[in-house]
Write a protein that binds this ligand. Structure first.
Ligand code: ATP
Ligand code: MG
Length: 418
């Protein structure tokens, strides 16, 4: 398969040297109070003097006391408007920007205590930065470009070629190794850049808006590719974006920044359902919530259910005050036996049936907890009873009335909090 990829998942050489801090192996990045103040000196002052937050005496506080952990294998997204400090924060993680204060440990190693030589080694072996423009070399072939990170590290040519070829195959460009980048489309070039990052052993990928220059369809493809790659190779990815849809799609957790501070750090679904403040809520208002919100946020308890040994008249009586043309019939463990529609109940009464279990039908659809609304939409409104939500043991735990689903999709979060 892909020898490159199987190697990458392991954590051997990097984690084995003396670990100078008690830290769980699962924590890959640990930042505490990370702060960057750009000083108002020389070129910096001239470039940034027009920004209101910049003064001659204080400089620009670009990142202000940020705490967070990133777990090994996590796809962690940093999101915020322009100027909120995302790039500065990302660049501090490999010390392309030196923090003014705070602490930073990568896989247990104190990044701020490293000298230049140690830093170079770490950047080559552990942390790989992927920029918005992957900066391919026009005069080298695609394969040579993909192998570049390995060449810098002095990997022998035969191994370089093999690993780069593997990485190209992983991103779907296995047959393009011999051409020059300019013969490829923009999306394909981005794939080469991704292949270059994958070909190295680096366990951590830092990605600063890598897809923002791509048109929307290619961008979606690249997101899918990154997701599937990440599932396979389990790299730790820190991904910067100012696009909430992208953040929601990619991020296991999303850290929302504003003016250099963390406003919220949570899963996409949490951010949608309970935005920390108006700034976050503003981001949230334009996201396609159907892709993110799960059924738990929309489902309601079933208003009535029935047992198989009940009399049809008793069930029909209880249904009198409930909208909907039927009722879920469940066993003693709440697993669904079927649906009794009002029509079948009435027929049963006419036929002197004593119990409803002979009257149930399969006019219903179930969906498991954790499913996203986008999967649910085509299923809603087809039956006389609302869509059933079941747990992993098949127990009925809620229903999704069509109106509740439409409300959720239409409004900006109120029904999610309800
Ligand atoms: N080299 C620098 N010298 C001085 N100030 C800087 C420098 N780089 C960034 N800044 C300032 O720090 C703040 C944060 O900038 P940063 O580039 O980290 O934000 P960002 O969230 O990445 O923005 P964008 O979405 O536009 O890329 C801004 O006010 C910016 O002007
Ligand atoms: Mg930036």
């Amino acid at each position: 398969m892909h020898p490159v990829l199987t190697q990458v998942g392991t954590t051997t050489s990097f984690l084995s040297p003396p670990i100078d801090k008690a830290i769980s192996m699962a924590t890959m990045i640990e930042a505490r109070g990370l702060t960057k103040r750009y000083e108002p000196a020389g070129n910096e002052r001239r470039r940034f003097r027009r920004r209101s937050e910049t003064t001659e005496t204080t400089g620009t506080l670009a990142v202000d006391g940020v705490d967070f952990d990133v777990e090994e294998g996590e796809l962690f997204v940093i999101m915020g408007l322009s100027g909120s400090g995302k790039s500065t924060l990302l660049r501090m993680l490999n010390r392309l920007v030196d923090p003014t204060s705070g602490s930073l440990h990568i896989a247990g190693q104190d990044m701020l205590a490293m000298d230049d030589a140690q830093l170079r080694t770490t950047r080559n072996s552990t942390i790989n930065m992927v920029f918005q423009h992957f900066a391919l070399f026009p005069h080298r072939t695609v394969l040579e470009n993909a192998a570049y990170g390995l060449q810098v590290r002095g990997i022998p040519e035969a191994e370089r070629v093999e690993r780069a070829q593997d990485a190209l195959e992983t991103v779907g460009l296995g047959r393009w190794g011999h051409v020059r980048p300019q013969e490829l489309s923009g999306g394909m070039r981005q794939r080469v850049g991704l292949a270059r990052a994958l070909a190295t052993d680096a366990q951590i990928l830092l990605m600063d808006e890598p897809f923002s220059a791509l048109d929307p369809l290619i961008r979606r493809d690249m997101q899918s590719l990154l997701l599937s790659l990440q599932e396979k190779v389990r790299k730790t990815v820190v991904f910067v974006t100012h696009d909430l849809n992208e953040a929601m799609r990619l991020g296991q957790r999303i850290m929302v920044m504003r003016d250099g501070r963390v406003i919220q750090l949570a899963s996409g679904a949490e951010i949608l359902s309970t935005p920390a403040d108006d700034y976050v809520a503003n981001f949230v208002s334009d996201v396609d919530r159907s892709r993110v919100v799960t059924v738990e946020h929309v489902m309601r308890p079933p208003l009535i259910t029935a047992r198989g040994d009940e009399h049809p008249q008793a069930v029909l009586d209880r249904m009198a005050n409930v909208e909907g043309g039927g009722v879920y019939v469940v066993d003693e463990r709440d697993r669904i036996i079927g649906v009794a529609t009002d029509k079948h109940l009435a027929d049963g009464i006419a036929l002197h049936q004593e119990r409803i279990d002979s009257l149930v039908c399969d006019d219903f659809t179930t969906i498991e907890i954790g499913s996203r609304l986008i999967e649910v939409m085509p299923l809603v409104g087809r039956h006389s009873v609302p869509l059933a939500v079941t747990d992993h043991d098949g127990r009925l735990i809620g229903v999704i009335p069509r109106a509740a689903l439409l409300n959720t999709l239409a409004d900006n979060g109120r029904s999610l909090n309800a």
